[in-house]
Design a protein around this ligand. Structure first.
Ligand code: ADP
Ligand code: MG
Length: 463
């Protein structure tokens, strides 16, 4: 067996082949192996956010790499790094991640132990619920008020509720999975004996296919017909899965007749679910269909603020900067914030420049104008604040005009929006910049070259 530090180094080497250097630096460089006893590898990380983020996003990579470098039997446990004092032998900050409290298998499911054994890797938590997603950390706003209150109503009265099924739809990253889990966790906290299943539709489909292969699809049907509550996430993945649709139709009817609750989520409205049988779509519309919308600025700020706890301090101006830039997907919003929090807790200086770097790495499409400003600033070796600021210094003014020119060329933003994003100028300033740079490109060879080079930098970033 290798000694821990060497094995850990090998493990990091292995991880580096799975993730980008930025991810390796932000997350994995700050994990340190504490000890290895009884096949339990204890890993120390800076704080609770760090642990949750790493576990959720890179848990599988970490585990695979640990197993192949430390040994197949090794399991991982995370702890929080002690700040300074607290060197007594009371490791009060032990923080272990488990998806849900250990749960004995409900009596009604005892006849199905075989099915459980063959289909659930985590027998402690066959409900599949993620305990992290609850109502209390779901921030309310105009965008989600109806969805949240209907979810609460269903959670509060999961038997014979009029909202059956409850169908929640939205584009990605707006809280569907969070709400479905919140419903399940709420019900389990009130009625431990209720049989609740949360499932990704893809898992449901896979289990069903497997059951056909093993000649026990009847058992699959019987098993799920025993549920009190089924939370089926992302039903758009039933598309073209005709056999699974049939069986779901059957299970749906069984449950519905008995007043048992069904909650569904989808990335589009029921009517737009192509590839699904009409009779299934019509069932989906029986109860209540609600839409999660993109949160407004105020709600985005509230969501970001809710992520800052544990005595960490993040300046309001930083929070507002992020909330203004990342505006269509809460997962990305959260990702930027959590990375920022990780940096703060490592006592890196958190300024607009470093935040923009994080946004560039995480966000997919909402921040083109900022990306452009960033690339231009990098090219001129000035700071992003210079571009966004008021300085009339010659090269800064030129850089700013090029940024405006390229923003017009590459984004669909209006001149007014470009002006707002680049230093709060009005649209006539933007027009002037665009005309000026277009002219210079025609007449000045070095400006033409310069813009071409910056173009390349932007292309490299806009994937
Ligand atoms: P979806 O399933 O719609 O793609 P998720 O439920 O996975 O979205 O949400 C993405 C992330 O955003 C999750 O981490 C979730 O906790 C968070 N989130 C979404 N909506 C809210 C909200 N209203 N308040 C707090 N966090 C939220
Ligand atoms: Mg989801």
């Amino acid at each position: 067996m290798l000694s821990t530090p060497i094995a850990w180094k090998n493990c990091i080497d292995m991880i580096s082949s799975y993730v980008t250097p930025e991810i390796l630096d932000t997350w994995f460089r700050h994990i340190s192996p504490e000890s290895l006893d009884d096949d339990i590898l204890i890993l120390k990380m800076p704080n609770k956010f760090f642990i949750e983020w790493v576990d959720e996003h890179y848990g599988q990579i970490l585990l695979t790499s640990v197993k192949s470098t430390f040994g197949e039997k090794v399991k991982i446990k995370y702890i929080i790094q002690e700040k300074i004092q607290n060197t007594d032998n009371n490791p009060s900050s032990h923080h272990t991640i488990s998806s849900s409290a250990p749960n004995s298998i409900p009596e009604k499911l005892i006849p199905h132990l075989n099915f459980i054994k063959n289909n659930f890797s985590d027998k402690e938590n066959i409900s599949g619920l993620n305990s992290k997603y609850v109502f209390s950390n779901f921030i309310e706003g105009d965008c989600n008020q109806l969805a949240r209150s209907s979810a609460l109503s269903v959670a509060d009265k999961p038997l014979n509720n009029a909202f059956n099924p409850l169908m929640i739809y939205s584009s990605v990253g707006l809280g569907k999975t969070h709400l479905l889990n919140a419903i399940g966790n709420y019900i389990k906290s009130k009625h431990e004996d209720k049989i609740v299943f949360y499932m990704q539709t893809t898992v449901f489909v896979d289990q069903f296919i497997k059951s056909i292969r093993n000649n026990n699809s009847q058992e699959f049907t019987n098993f799920y017909s025993k549920a009190d509550v089924i939370l089926l996430d992302d039903v758009q993945f039933l598309r073209e899965k005709h056999k699974t649709q049939e069986i779901l139709f059957y299970i749906f009817n069984q449950l519905h007749q008995n007043g048992k609750q069904i909650v569904l989520s989808s990335d589009r409205a029921p009517n737009e679910l192509v590839g699904l049988q009409d009779r299934l779509i019509s069932r989906f519309k029986w109860g209540l269909t609600v839409n999660l919308m993109v949160p407004d600025l105020e709600t985005r700020i509230a969501i970001l603020k809710s992520k800052v706890t544990d005595g960490l301090e993040i300046d309001d101006s930083i929070i507002e900067y992020i909330a203004n830039r990342v505006d269509s997907n809460i997962r990305e919003l959260e990702g930027v914030m959590i990375t920022a929090i990780a940096n703060t807790s490592l006592e890196h200086n958190l300024d607009i420049n470093s935040i923009q770097k994080i946004i560039n790495n995480i966000s997919s499409n909402e921040v083109e104008v900022d990306r452009i400003s960033y690339v231009v600033a990098e090219y001129f070796q000035i700071s992003i604040e210079d571009i966004l600021g008021k300085s009339r210094q010659k090269d800064i003014a030129l850089a700013r005009q090029i940024a405006m020119y390229l923003a017009k060329k590459y984004t669909r933003c209006s001149l007014k929006k470009i002006g707002t994003l680049i230093g709060g100028r009005d649209h006539s300033t933007v027009i002037h910049a665009i005309n000026n740079i277009s002219e210079l490109i025609k007449t000045e060879m070095n400006i033409k070259k310069m813009v071409e080079n910056i173009n390349k930098g932007i292309y490299a970033r806009i994937k």
